[in-house]
Design a protein around this ligand. Structure first.
Ligand code: PEP
Ligand code: MG
Length: 900
């Protein structure tokens, strides 16, 4: 319970810390009541009740309905009114409230308690027939749709027909009589369309009847809210946002506050600061004489919150709201998101929560709050969600690009996106599945569009404000979004959109660029550029590094990058990597150079082999010179070749097709014979399981010339750079080792070659040699292996593949999505370190240290850039994580957070 009793005493029982019990909304309503803010009284039904209810095939746990009854009676007593009363009825809202906000995903019912009797009471009490009938028709429409599953369009059509018949444009032009007639019509629509098999309780004498009993209304509404926890879009949203399914949602039953009682009433949503860029300003919209859903649905055009204080009849409430913004920020020490209603001049707070924000805003607000003395630097570092930084590392429109700006709207979620126009969520999903980037173009999105919003590169709407569904969801996902582009006249059925003021009509498949940072919509594909580390991002990352380097807070975990070309190496340094944790040399052999390797592997005669090796040596020396020069002063782990063999050879299937074609064309028999011989040799080398075949150190053991060549190239390039006065710091890594004997042998060979190079060049070479731990046996035997290794780097791609027995190239599309859906896996183990694989890493780290205490341990698999995994790596005692250059800033922030 929250709010006051009949004597005005605060009887609030929960507080902001209880979101796992009464949900985020319930907890914060209670907190607001506690600190004396005006909150309409009410009570919450716990998340645990929802779990018990839905976990038991939608049956009520014993005693709960009685408890709800007690709470309801208590509320009635507190308010001195009763639900359904014919003279002065109590009306409530029934709203979902999960521990984490899931905007628009679950159900809400407003105006509950209205029936044929109580509507009269409402009218008598307010002396406002229009308001009474409007409330009742809204209730029937919402209850029928949300609770009973009747199509909302049936009601909307009835409203539209009435407006047409009256020759009026707006809902507000309908009179009390019109609305009363609509109520009768709505009840008929309900009776004709409700599924009585699913809801036999609404049958009266065998006839489907809109429920008149307010207690039945309440019970059904609560059941519907519970049910909405498991609706498809809520499940998808939770998957997207990594919210566990077993939390359940609370239900909040709260007395209604009306924003639609006339021009001294209003409703709105606001943020205490700008959630798009973090500017310290009041941000949000309100609507005079309207109910909450009107704002979110974007049905009418809203007014900016800054005008509230100067709107006649609303001035005092506007002043009070401004004060409350300050009180909330002081109390929560964060940027807050607020829903409010003003009823006949009186302000009511309907909700507050820590506001969702873009990465840009998260950084800006955190830094401002440090400067305002509200929070510490460490808190600021913890406030920024690492995964969110991705948004800032997203492409932006090239400032120098020539733009054919078609139209402009609101800059609702930053970043730019290029793609084909699609007009439905389903088309977006289809385009994405076919690998065609697309922009989802909608009048306004609704929760059913979630799949399409996830699939699309960006979202564009012609209607709705910055707090509309599209804007809120896009910001949460980090997808670029431009909304409210009024010039866009969309005909979704025809799959086209006319752009007013131009002669352009966009059709499905036309390419556009949207710029969520400025709100521009541009015809055609625009060149995008990556932003640099600058401004607020740089500041927060500097603070993060200070924390990482602070020994009093614990040991440091460094961040390196995976890079195999000079551009990526440069970018890694710009993004703050301290070195390269993995340079995959096989990536240097793709393209034209593949032919050289192929001719080495397939050649029978020594001369051809030798010529290929010479070419390779020259190429690799050049590669290493460039990379080591770029990375001068920073460690750079160069891994010896590690591709499955088939990646270097032509595809036998394509070759067979080519031969068949040549034969059909009666081509030169000599050519055909050569190709056939090549095919035979490739066939002879083919492996049933290439991932478990001749790869990693096994390739170098079978073809020692390759190890010699690569080592020589590394040694020679290093010597040359040292002579030039640079500080190259290569480290040689031997991949896919499963036994200590393999490493011992290859290490000896590498050291032999390095000694030769040192002698030839006269430069002393001190190059550490280490190995990857990426097979279970290597982890199990880490102590043995550690004797021959200066460092370990955990390759979680292969370690996950071989621990699970999951083919890394196949399962992510084949069955992992199903496994996730069926909860056979909590997360994709190729993205986030799995607990079982983590045990092997733990064993590896311990074994390595047992072999020698100063062994350096890092990780270079994909999980190295994943925030959840980075926390695990810190706890496992790794010295650094290595990830793709674009994830380096994310990893730097997370590495600091892991210490706090
Ligand atoms: C790994 O296996 O995790 C790894 C980094 O190596 P690769 O992905 O190149 O096999
Ligand atoms: Mg590997």
């Amino acid at each position: 319970r929250w709010g006051v009793d009949a004597d005005g005493n605060d009887i609030t029982e929960a507080d902001a810390s209880m979101k796992y019990i009464v949900g985020g909304k319930g907890a914060n309503l209670a907190e607001m009541a506690k600190i004396g803010l005006p909150v309409p009284p009410g009570f919450s039904i716990t998340c645990q009740t929802c779990v018990a209810y839905s976990g038991n095939d939608n049956t009520w746990p014993e005693g709960v309905l009685d408890e709800i009854d007690e709470a309801r009676i208590d509320l009635e007593e507190r308010m001195g009114k009763k639900l359904g009363d014919a003279e002065d009825p109590l009306l409530v809202s029934v709203r979902s409230g999960a521990p984490f906000s899931m905007p628009g995903m679950m159900d809400t019912v407003l105006n509950l308690g209205l029936n044929d009797e109580s509507v009269k009471g409402l009218i008598a009490k307010t002396d406002n027939p229009r308001f009474g009938w409007d409330s009742y028709r809204r209730f029937i429409q919402m209850f029928s749709n949300v609770v009973m599953g009747v199509d909302s369009d049936l009601f909307e059509n009835a409203i539209n027909q009435r407006k047409l018949a009256k020759g009026v444009k707006n809902d507000t032009d309908l009179t009390a009589e019109d609305l009363e007639a609509l109520v009768e019509q709505f009840k008929v629509i309900f009776s004709e369309n409700v599924d009585t098999e699913a809801h036999p309780e609404i049958l009266v004498d065998g006839v489907a009847t809109f429920p008149q009993d307010p207690y039945l209304q309440l019970k059904l509404a609560i059941e519907a809210v519970f049910g909405s926890w498991m609706n498809e879009r809520a499940i998808l949203y939770r998957q997207q946002n990594k919210i566990p399914d077993d939390l359940g949602t609370a239900v909040n039953v709260q007395i209604m506050a009306y924003g639609n009682k006339g021009n001294d009433s209003a409703t709105g949503v606001a943020f205490t600061r700008n959630p798009a860029d973090g500017t310290k300003e009041f941000y949000g919209d309100f609507l005079v004489n309207a109910q909450g859903e009107d704002v979110v649905a974007g049905i009418r055009n809203t007014e900016p919150i800054s005008d509230l204080k100067t709107t006649p009849g609303l001035e005092p409430a506007g002043e009070e709201l401004e004060k409350i913004f300050g009180i909330l920020e002081d109390h929560y020490r964060d940027m807050m998101d607020i829903e409010f209603t003003i009823e006949n001049g009186k302000l009511w707070m309907l909700q507050t929560r820590v506001g969702k924000r873009t990465a840009l805003a998260a950084l800006h607000v955190a830094i401002d709050m440090v400067n305002e003395g509200r929070i510490s630097k460490a808190e600021a570092v913890q406030r920024v969600e690492p995964a969110q930084l991705d948004q800032l590392l997203h492409p932006q429109i090239d400032p120098g690009a020539e733009l054919d700006v078609l139209a402009s709207g609101l800059n609702a979620s930053p970043g730019a996106a290029v793609g084909e126009v699609v007009f439905s969520s389903a088309d977006a999903v289809e385009a994405a599945a076919e690998g065609r980037p697309c922009i989802l173009v909608r009048w306004e999105t609704n929760p059913d569009d979630l799949k399409g919003m996830v699939a699309a590169e960006g979202i564009l709407t012609s209607h709705g404000g910055k707090t509309s569904h599209a804007a809120v969801i896009a910001r949460g996902m980090g997808a670029p979004c431009v909304c409210g582009v009024e010039a866009l006249k969309i005909d979704a059925a025809k799959k086209e959109a006319k752009v007013s003021g131009t002669d352009v009509t966009l059709h499905e498949g036309d390419v556009i660029t949207i710029d969520g940072t400025t709100g521009r919509v541009v015809l055609g594909a625009v060149e995008l550029v990556q932003p640099e580390l600058a401004g607020d991002l740089e500041t927060i990352l500097e603070w993060a590094d200070e924390i990482s380097n602070d020994e009093t807070l614990g040991r440091k975990m460094g961040v390196r990058a995976n890079a195999d070309n000079p551009d990526d190496a440069k970018l890694s340094l710009e993004f703050g990597a301290t070195g390269i944790g993995l340079c995959r040399t096989e990536h240097m052999f793709l393209g034209e150079r593949k032919q050289i390797i192929q001719s080495f592997i397939l050649a029978d005669d020594e001369d051809t082999k030798k010529a290929a090796l010479d070419q390779l040596l020259e190429a690799q020396e050049g590669d290493f010179l460039q990379m080591l020069e770029t990375m001068s002063g920073h460690p750079m782990i160069i891994r010896l070749l590690d591709p499955p063999l088939h990646e270097f050879l032509d595809s036998p299937r394509e070759l067979a097709v080519e031969i068949a074609k040549l034969e059909a064309l009666d081509a030169d028999p000599k050519v055909i014979a050569e190709k056939s011989a090549l095919l035979a040799r490739i066939d002879a080398m083919s492996e049933a399981n290439p991932m478990l075949g001749l790869r990693g150190c096994r390739l170098g053991i079978m073809y020692p010339e390759l190890t010699d060549l690569q080592t020589k190239a590394i040694g020679t390039a290093t010597a040359e750079l040292i002579k030039k006065g640079l500080d190259p710091k290569p480290e040689i890594m031997i991949p896919l080792v499963s036994t200590a004997a393999e490493l011992e042998a290859v290490r000896a060979q590498v050291e032999g070659v390095l000694a030769e190079v040192a002698q030839e060049t006269g430069v002393e070479l001190d190059i550490p040699v280490g190995t990857m731990i990426e097979l279970p046996r290597a982890a199990l035997e880490a102590e043995e292996i550690g004797r021959y290794a200066d460092f370990f780097s955990f390759g979680t791609n292969d370690l996950t593949q071989t621990t699970f027995g999951f083919s890394r190239d196949d399962v992510e599309s084949a069955f992992i999505p199903t496994y996730l859906r069926k909860k056979l896996l909590k997360t994709n183990p190729f993205e986030t370190l799995d607990a079982g694989v983590a045990k092997l890493v733990d064993m590896g780290v311990k074994g390595g240290h047992a072999a020698h205490a100063d062994i350096v341990c890092g990780v270079c698999g994909e999980t190295g850039g994943d925030p959840d995994s980075i926390h695990m790596y810190y706890d496992l005692g790794l010295d650094y994580v290595s990830c793709s250059p674009y994830r380096v800033p994310i990893a730097r922030l997370t590495a600091a957070q892991a210490k706090l």
